[in-house]
Design a protein around this ligand. Sequence first.
Ligand SMILES: [Zn+2]
Length: 208
Amino acid sequence: MAKFYDISMTISEEMPVYKNKPEKKPVIEVVQDFDTGSARESRVCLDVHTGTHVDSPLHMLPEGGTMESLPLEPLTGTARVLDLTGVEGGISAEDLKPHHVKEGEFLLFKTRNSSQDHFDFEFIYLAEDGARYLAERKVRGVGIDALGVERSQPGHPTHKTLFRAGVIIVEGLRLAEVTEGEYFMVAAPIKLRDTEAAPARVLLFDNP
Ligand SMILES: [Zn+2]
């Protein structure tokens, strides 16, 4: 059995949500239990951007595709974790250059966000020039250990730059247990129709 890391967030009513907005909190309801029936059944009400999730281009581009436009192939395969725990604020092109980014790579950014369990309004994000650098290098995808790949950037340039270049965005990763290096990734968004994001289970396997 190959060693693997589950780099997904646990979904619960107490989990951190973007900007701590109450309307973004999951609601998990037991609709039947053994005192009222012969089986237990629960219902979950979730924002599609809850916890670990994959965004589709429609999230930021009105002409962009829904989740069905994202094939699973680019979400499965080699991924490289970059240790960016020393970065403050936005991850810039300067921060990325020493990592020698190659065409077709799926990059996962491990930042100080991974050591925090609450929503930090000053979370580390991908700056616009960092997104441009990655789009020019034609990476396959980026993943970040924050509930958003950008924050407080008018017009959402990071999302738009990546989507326009066909770069897949995964948000809400948990990378505290994972060290820098290459892994085999399986990122499996749930199979929703007509949505602009979907929660995902993301696993990293050793020895790609
Ligand atoms: Zn999202």
